[in-house]
Design a binder for this molecule. Structure first.
Ligand SMILES: [Ca+2]
Length: 419
């Protein structure tokens, strides 16, 4: 399910990354929360909260009639709060995530859908400059080609989250956006269903993304991401186009790094022209002789350490990250799209059986790195950019490949060093 997906990844992904940045701002506007701890009071305070929220919604231009229609029969949903609080003890290797989404049957189905909707895709490509294979790949990851939209009532989910979720201001803003959709009359009330977190339709747009990025592809004057595939395709392409998509470029492609490559440069950020990676660092393509797109700016992604596959990535990889800010997601979309276009599977084996770290072990890693004089950031059991930089410095100092990759082998090395 898409809503669980984001929690199975090391980074909290949500379509919609730019919206999350606004969470702080929205929190400042959200005055609908009564004082005290809603979580502790449970559902008892919910009706009162709804009443207070509605007053703020009216001040933001939502009519009483819309509110009446939206909140009829809406109750607190404890299941949504359970899902919001869920944190996996264990994260699966990125390779198994990618492999599960790029299976031969998925590739065959995706190609069939490209053929079946060829005329619509040609129109979308002409208008937005986005390769249809990427639209189809996102469609697969978001809703399994429309098989799974989620069946949570969006207003109920968002109201519950705005009342008692972890980022109340953010959810309150999404709730107001959902009410605006309803008020515009584009979508009937009963159709507002989605994931537990309010991601809607084939593309799993949250309400603010719907308002900002959804477009009417079939010209009926409505943006219907549940029932109109032309709207779905155009909206996805529009999202990518507005996220800086460059026509004619792939997300990237597989490469081979030389044995003595300075792995700290493979951080997905360090950007050089493709030809410079080749000339200065000896980077080679996994297939063919020369690196393609030699004049383009590119970074290197090494998602599962120096023993796993490496990818040269261009601007379009970043555009996919704007849809969902997780390396595993962007790579799965990119690799699936290229497979749809006839590129063979990734050559270098993914270390899918790699022993990754449990939450407590990640905390131990961070504590020990700090004890050794490195700065891994706060001890929170999350391996983000700061922790990875500390890992790389540890690896460099001890002449290990500085790939910043946190697996059990690394923890053992850090344990040995900090005895
Ligand atoms: Ca439409």
């Amino acid at each position: 399910m898409p809503q669980l997906r984001s929690y199975s990844l090391p980074i909290r992904g949500a379509a919609r990354a730019q919206v999350l940045l606004l969470a702080g701002l929205l929190a400042a506007c959200a005055t609908g929360q009564p004082a005290g701890n809603a979580r502790a009071r449970g559902k008892a305070g919910f009706p009162q909260w709804v009443k207070a929220y509605q007053d703020t919604a009216v001040r933001q231009g939502i009519s009483r009639a819309t509110l009446k229609r939206a909140f009829r029969g809406v109750t607190y949903n404890p299941r949504v709060i359970e899902l919001d609080n869920f944190q996996p003890e264990f994260v699966r290797p990125i390779g198994s995530y990618v492999q599960a989404r790029t299976k031969p049957a998925t590739v065959a189905r995706g190609r069939q859908l490209l053929r079946q909707h060829a005329r619509e895709f040609a129109k979308v490509q002409a208008k937005y400059g986005v390769d249809p294979a990427y639209v189809v790949a996102i469609w697969r990851l978001e809703s399994a080609f429309g098989a799974n939209f989620g069946s949570f009532d969006v207003i109920r989910s968002l109201a519950t989250l705005a009342y008692a979720g972890r980022r109340k201001g953010f959810w309150s803003g999404e709730l107001t956006a959902a009410l605006k959709i309803l008020q515009r009359g584009e979508i009937p009330r009963r159709q507002l269903v989605g994931s537990w977190a309010g991601a809607m339709g084939h593309t799993q747009f949250i309400p603010s993304t719907y308002l900002a990025r959804a477009v009417d592809g079939d010209g009926d004057g409505k943006r219907d991401l549940w029932r109109s595939l032309p709207d779905v395709f155009a909206s996805t392409a529009n999202y990518l186009a507005r996220a800086g998509w460059k026509p004619g470029l792939p997300f990237g492609y597989e490469i081979i790094l030389p044995k003595k490559f300075p792995y700290e440069l493979a951080d997905g950020k360090k950007t050089l022209k493709t030809k410079t990676w080749a000339a200065k660092y000896g980077v080679r393509p996994a297939r063919g002789r020369a690196l393609r797109h030699p004049e383009k700016d590119a970074a290197i992604v090494l998602p599962s350490g120096y023993k796993g596959p490496a990818f040269l990535v261009f601007q379009n990889y970043k555009s996919i990250l704007r849809y969902n800010n997780a390396t595993a997601y962007a790579l799965a979309v990119g690799i699936l799209a290229e497979r749809l276009k006839g590129v063979p599977p990734v050559i270098r084996p993914w270390p899918v059986k790699d022993r990754l770290l449990r939450r407590a072990e990640k905390e131990e890693l961070q504590r020990r790195l700090a004890g050794l004089g490195y700065n891994p950031g706060p001890v929170d059991g999350k391996v983000g950019p700061t922790t990875r930089t500390a890992i790389r410095m540890f690896q460099k100092a001890r002449r290990y490949p500085a790939d910043g990759y946190a697996n059990f082998v690394l923890l053992k090395r850090v344990r040995a060093a900090s005895k």
